[in-house]
Design a protein around this ligand. Structure first.
Ligand SMILES: [Zn+2]
Length: 361
């Protein structure tokens, strides 16, 4: 995604059997994206998560490209740590600060124009801020930029809560990564694209490779057409907002802008392309052969690497354990129905059959 214009510029699908392990899929996707994009445009910076193999690859192969880290991943990790510490004895006050510290991290990255040292200086100032101290943070960032604050649960300097928070905030690896937080545009746009992608290709439904690839491309077309929609307005001309209570905010209300309805102009373009292909090729077979000629070879299905066993063996192995229980329960049922007479069916017979089907045939 080009974060400056919020448009998807390339989509790469990696199937797990194309790489050595599922852990290597992200790196493979990045390699394919860069192979495709670099001959077409110049890439100055790239924003990723903190995956070690991705960091190493970019450092070794593309040292001219600046790598930034997605703020969402770092902020989420920090918030989780603070919430975990707040469960400890004498640290409950930190529960009130977890979201605020996470928000502060977003602000540090967004307000520093990529100056890593300034991001870090702003970040460390939170240790004073939580103690109601808003000046004297340091040379680069000496004074908080907020105005008058409402009363809140301040933390006492030197208390156990403050010491625990200090351990999290000043963590060596965290401070190293914080200097490289992405500052440009809205990285939340990527999360928004992921939601569109999940709509077009639900995770709980299996799709074969070509179907999955098509759905991902459709998701990208849909997202690109609708990513920069205007905020809707009410009848009185005011911007329209929606209030939600996401689970991640633990019941706190969040205001979200309501946008104008989505459009589907890309569907018309696809239909035009189909008509053009129909005019170009006299039959479906010829058109399909042309597409196969243009496309790269699809990897074999993941199931192709599985050990092939006859269906009968698998079914027998599956039901054998139930057969044992089935016979035992059937025996008990037969004994229990004796007082009702042999002509009467055992109670819940149908339900019993459905739960413990007998062997086929
Ligand atoms: Zn402050």
């Amino acid at each position: 995604m080009d974060l400056n214009i919020c448009k998807i510029v390339d989509v790469q699908l990696v199937q797990v059997n194309e790489v050595t392990s599922s852990n290597a899929m992200e790196l493979e996707g990045l390699k394919r994206c860069l192979n495709y994009l670099l001959p077409l445009l110049s890439v100055h910076s790239i924003t990723t998560d903190q995956h070690p193999s991705v960091q190493k690859y970019l450092r070794d192969c593309y040292s001219n490209i600046v790598q930034y880290f997605h703020v969402w991943h770092v902020a989420k990790s920090v918030k989780k740590k603070i919430e975990a510490i707040s469960q400890r004895r004498d640290c409950s006050v930190l529960a009130h600060w977890a979201q605020a510290v996470s928000n502060h991290l977003y602000w540090c990255a967004a307000s520093s124009a990529g100056n890593g040292d300034l991001v870090l200086a702003k970040w460390l100032s939170i240790l004073n801020h939580v103690c109601d101290v808003h000046t004297g943070h340091g040379e680069l960032y000496n004074e908080c930029m907020h105005g008058v604050l409402q009363p809140r649960l301040w933390i006492r300097a030197g208390s156990k809560s403050h010491k625990e928070l200090e351990l999290i905030v000043t963590n060596k690896l965290l401070c190293r990564d914080i200097k490289r937080l992405a500052f440009m545009a809205q990285t939340s746009a990527l999360e928004s694209y992921h939601r569109v992608m999940t709509f077009f290709a639900p995770k709980n439904v299996h799709f074969f490779y070509s179907a999955m690839e098509s759905r991902l491309l459709l998701a990208a077309l849909h997202y690109n057409e609708n990513s920069n929609r205007q905020q809707a307005i009410t009848q009185t001309g005011d911007p329209q907002w929606r209030i939600s209570f996401p689970k991640a905010r633990k019941g706190n209300a969040v205001a979200t802008a309501v946008h104008v309805p989505v459009t589907f102009a890309y569907v018309d373009e696809l239909l035009h392309a189909v008509v053009e292909l129909r005019e170009q090729f006299s039959s479906y077979t010829k058109a399909k052969a042309n597409v196969q000629h243009c496309q790269h070879a699809n990897p074999p299905p993941v199931a192709a690497s599985a050990v092939r066993t006859s269906k009968q063996d698998v079914v027998c192995a599956h039901v054998s354990r139930f057969n044992i229980n089935c016979k035992e329960v059937q025996h008990e049922q037969q004994i229990s129905i004796q007082p009702f007479g042999h002509n009467r069916p055992p109670p819940h017979h149908n339900h019993f059959t459905a739960l413990f089907p007998g062997p086929p045939g």
